[in-house]
Design a protein around this ligand. Structure first.
Ligand code: PMP
Length: 420
């Protein structure tokens, strides 16, 4: 079993990130916002893109673009080869046994919908339960609710502690014969909590319950190996890991994908079509109806290569340093409250300030050239758990520096002095 805790802590011997080179790789880092150098602390919503990815995307359209898996001419072959190569890169990145276990979607949301409709919906009976957690993003709540409603099934959520960690005793007591699926985020997009997903998978499998891991906030921060994780499904979006928007990934165990019907009809997924009956093609193509984002998938492969070149240990060590500095600084600001205090945390710090609406905090930081997110971050149940409607969130990427974190803290100190 992977020890998730070590994934985000400084490991002795991890090669340090060459931060100047990393920043130089992102054209936007040289830009300004509100007339100030950009301090981008909203990578949890979507990351910025390195030049390697931007150039690969543009170059693909210039010289390698045609529709895939259809043409016999050379250009189409080249485009098809690039698309197929990207799938293998995702397979390697995730540690999946086969490329056929990798399905391209538009984003994490679509990947979860695919599993909800194709894997779970045909099995659901009245009284069945889908076990989620209180810290889920709406994308990992609403698709399950929609299929549950059609069958008299329901979603139930594992509570979290005041520290923002999953109540594992509650999870153990809530899972049972009625549970047909467990879906859980690996890393919370609000609290940054790193959930013990390998342990959760083990518990669920002990009850014969399949697990989907929402890795939208995980793959860019922690080491991933689906083989040792043993999850049945795992989803992530390219746009949060320095790749383009419009491409998502669903990993699914072959035995599940083979047994699942298509969830969207169209070209590219069929074997033989007659008006009386259609037979469907092999996995993963059975789940990829219509023309995909060909250039985007290619650029996703380039993004994973680029990210892999940094080394996950170096990334994790750097981001752990930013997190420690951020927590230290924010905790010292009077009237500022950080949400949760999980022992294992990465990527995001959410907070409120007495007397200030999160949107006002966001707008005032914008004037200082600092980009953060404010609102409910598509996690309303989580905010309600803390008696809130929303919060402000600073989230980190590989390009952030200690100066970025200090700029945030300095602005917040000033805002609190003036308005808090
Ligand atoms: N799950 C989590 C934990 C997320 O943070 C997000 C994006 N904020 C999603 C799912 C949905 O991702 P996307 O919008 O790319 O489908």
């Amino acid at each position: 079993m992977t020890d998730m805790a070590t994934d985000i802590r400084e490991r002795p011997g991890a090669a340090a990130l060459d931060l100047d080179a990393v920043r130089a790789a992102f054209p936007v880092m040289a830009d300004t916002m509100s007339g100030r150098p950009i301090v981008f602390l909203d990578s949890g919503a979507s990351s910025q893109k390195p030049e390697a990815v931007i150039a690969a995307h543009a170059e693909f359209y210039r010289h390698d673009y045609a529709n895939i898996h259809r043409g016999v001419y050379e250009l189409s072959q080249r485009a098809s080869d690039a698309f197929d190569a990207a799938r293998r890169k995702v397979q390697t990145f995730l540690g999946a046994a086969e490329w056929r276990e990798i399905v391209f979607t538009r984003n994490t949301t679509e990947a979860i919908n695919l599993v909800a409709w194709s894997f779970l919906e045909p099995k659901l009976q009245p009284g069945d339960e889908i076990l989620l957690t209180t810290m889920e993003h709406h994308s990992n709540i609403v698709p399950w609710q929609i299929v549950a409603m059609r069958h008299g099934a329901k979603v139930v959520s594992v509570p979290i502690t005041d520290a923002g960690e999953l109540d594992m005793d509650a999870l153990r007591s809530m899972i049972g014969p009625r549970t047909k699926m467990l879906a859980c985020s690996w890393v919370s997009n609000v609290l940054g909590t790193v959930n013990p997903v390998a342990e959760i998978v083990q518990i669920a499998h002990g009850h014969g319950v399949p697990v989907l891991v929402d890795a939208a906030q995980a793959v860019q921060h922690v080491a991933v190996d689906v083989a040792s994780l043993d999850a049945d499904f795992l989803a992530f979006s390219a746009h949060k890991i320095y790749g383009p928007s419009g491409v998502g990934v669903l990993y699914g165990k072959r035995e599940h994908l083979e047994a699942m019907p298509p969830w969207q009809g169209g070209g590219g997924i069929v074997d033989r079509v007659e008006f009386e009956k259609t037979t469907f093609g092999e996995i993963p193509f059975r789940f990829e109806a219509g023309t995909p984002d060909i250039a985007g998938v290619h650029a996703t492969g380039v993004a994973l290569d680029w990210f892999g070149g940094l080394g996950i240990d170096a990334v994790a060590a750097h981001e752990a340093d930013l997190m420690a500095q951020g927590l230290r600084a924010l905790h010292q600001i009077p009237g500022l409250h950080v949400l949760g205090a999980p022992a294992c945390r990465t990527g995001a710090i959410s907070f409120t300030v007495n007397g200030l609406h999160p949107s006002d905090i966001g707008a005032m930081l914008d004037l200082d050239g600092i980009a953060i997110r404010s609102g409910h971050h598509c996690a309303q149940p989580l905010h309600r758990r803390f008696g809130l409607e929303g919060s402000a969130r600073a989230s980190f990427g590989v390009y952030n520096t200690n100066s970025d974190v200090e700029a945030l803290a300095e602005s917040l100190r000033r805002i609190v002095r003036k308005y808090g």
